[in-house]
Write a protein of this length. Structure first.
Length: 330
């Protein structure tokens, strides 16, 4: 048990310490030219305490920074009244080890990858304008609570996004392709060829026929379709009575052809985790089974209000940010 958590026992009812240590490299190309080359190393921690049924938080670069515990306890005096407790059962650490080669990638490696991809694109489409973002992220996160939970896990992934804007259309929108992997990226020829083919589709403006038309959605469109569904599955919205799905468990809410599962432990996923950002074990789960709603996404707070079993869905990020100050949310 860290000194900070040990000290918290004398001034708070419960405490939770969340720590991250990450290393990231980032490269951006605009119109085929290097625009950004950056390295980023971050160490940070978030301390949450419960005192007299109220929640208080404080943040710092490290757990030994002076005043971290004092500030969290002071915040709790004016904090939100909550009914949950921090994680009390240590998850089974399934040691989902990342590919060590990913953590060793440098900006030079990313530049080489981008230059290679650009060369191969221009070989097929000499007039193409190539915009690219390539990054790698590796690090460790850990959660410790005053109830004895103490767990950590490493992660790492690499990402490449390429856009070929449609020429003379007055917009930067164009053909887009993305690759995400827990190992160093290896871009195969079919990936390049499909991207270039998609770019040719925008060479001429289309003139659609009037009337009802069939629609074919690219895989990326699923994000827009599931966004509204995920908001309705958010345990906070359900607990507040704001979700139209609040009383629809075990009822048909989607077509029977649709099933929605989560399995953060899947070794094939580029980003995986064995516990969430509150130290609760992640586990395979079916949320919608052949169109029938089975449960919701919950953090410790909404779980306590819904009387639902731990789901391991808490993450310190929002739709547009991922900062240490972001409170855990489903």
């Amino acid at each position: 048990m860290t000194t900070l958590i040990q000290q918290s026992k004398s001034v708070a009812d419960q405490a939770e310490l969340y720590q991250i240590n990450t290393r990231a490299a980032n490269v951006m190309f605009s119109k085929g030219e290097v625009e950004v080359v950056a390295n980023r190393n971050v160490a940070a921690c978030a301390l949450r305490v419960l005192k007299d049924g109220k929640l208080g938080s404080s943040y710092a670069g490290s757990a030994d920074q002076e005043g971290l515990l004092r500030d969290a306890v002071s915040a709790a005096a004016f904090g939100q009244a909550v009914a949950f407790r921090f994680a009390e059962e240590k998850p089974v650490n399934r040691t989902l080890e990342p590919d060590p080669r990913t953590a060793e990638l440098t900006v030079a490696d990313l530049l080489d990858l981008c230059q290679d991809v650009r060369t191969r694109i221009l070989r097929l489409e000499p007039k193409a304008v190539v915009n690219m973002t390539c990054r790698t992220h590796a690090g460790t996160r850990s959660v410790e609570t005053s109830s004895g939970v103490q767990i950590s896990e490493r992660s790492g992934h690499a990402y490449l996004g390429v856009e070929l804007p449609f020429a003379d259309h007055g917009t930067d929108v164009g053909a887009v392709a993305e690759a995400l992997s827990s190992s160093p990226l290896a871009i195969e020829d079919p990936w390049i060829e499909q991207l270039v083919e998609m770019h040719t589709w925008g060479a001429q403006p289309s003139v659609p026929t009037s009337g009802r038309l069939p629609v074919l959605l690219a895989p990326g469109a699923s994000n827009l379709l599931t966004m509204a569904l995920l908001v309705c599955l958010d345990g906070r919205a359900v607990a507040a009575g704001l979700s139209p799905l609040a009383d629809r468990v075990e009822q048909q809410i989607l077509d029977a052809k649709l099933t929605l599962r989560e399995n953060p432990l899947d070794e094939q996923l580029p980003i995986k985790r064995s516990f969430d950002d509150e130290g609760v074990a992640c586990q395979p789960r079916t949320i919608i089974d052949q169109g029938v709603l089975k449960g919701f996404l919950a953090d410790l707070n909404s779980r306590s209000m819904l009387k639902q079993n731990a789901a391991g869905n808490a993450a310190r990020r929002t739709m547009f940010s991922e900062n240490i100050e972001d409170a855990p949310m489903p």
